[in-house]
Design a protein around this ligand. Sequence first.
Ligand code: PBE
Length: 267
Amino acid sequence: NDEVNYSEELDYKITGIEAGAGVFKASEQALEDYGLEGWESVASSSGAMATALGEAIDKEEPIIVTGWSPHWKFAKYDLKYLEDPEGTFGDAEIIGTMVREGLEEDMPNAYTVLDQFFWTEQDMNDVMLEISDGGDAAEVAAAWVEDNADKVSEWTEGAEEVDGKEIELVYVEWDTEVASTHVVGKVLEDLGFDVTVTPIDNALMWQAVATGEADGMVAAWLPATHGDLYEEYKDQLVDLGANLEGAKIGLVVPSYMDIDSIADLQP
Ligand code: PBE
């Protein structure tokens, strides 16, 4: 094995994100599945992870982060996923929409929009990149909605305007979810809804929709990433299916690192 062993240089640390994120939990599972003794995944936040990644790349130092796509980091930097022969991080994921029971009866027009909301990785990337470049999420979302009237009209087809009805969407402050939640929130606002978008922790997001405290969310990563939460709450939720296809999670490194597989981290 002539690959570089990065263990000591990295101090046996994977740069994680929020402890409640599916990809963070999967990274801890990977340490077990691959027998990476002495290694740990260090919880932080998505923002801190992105900062650490940028700083390492500036200095061409090694770093391993818990990553996901779509994400602007792949447009900004040359990165690769480490191969995952054990399948700990699952396969292709979808991002799904979940709403509370009774929403269809209470707010049929919002239900229609949330049910029809579907966009591409490219759409999401466009919004994410502008926000990562310092744009205000609500303003970037509003501009995207204005520039993509054709797409938006497919989501609003059959929905009628309302007069200030309150609706609350919950999300986690991951770049992907900041983008999608603000875009769909803006579309609902334009239909006349009084929209609140509330950032919370992942498990609380699922719970809030399941208990009806919140009306819906567009941040369900399935089948693997949030599989445990889906199992726990699926009987109390209305599953409106995918709003984006072809998502993925895993361990991500700069392309200049001389390593291809998680298995290469084994002692
Ligand atoms: N993520 C982004 C989330 C889902 C969306 C991959 C960080 C997670 O791991 O739970």
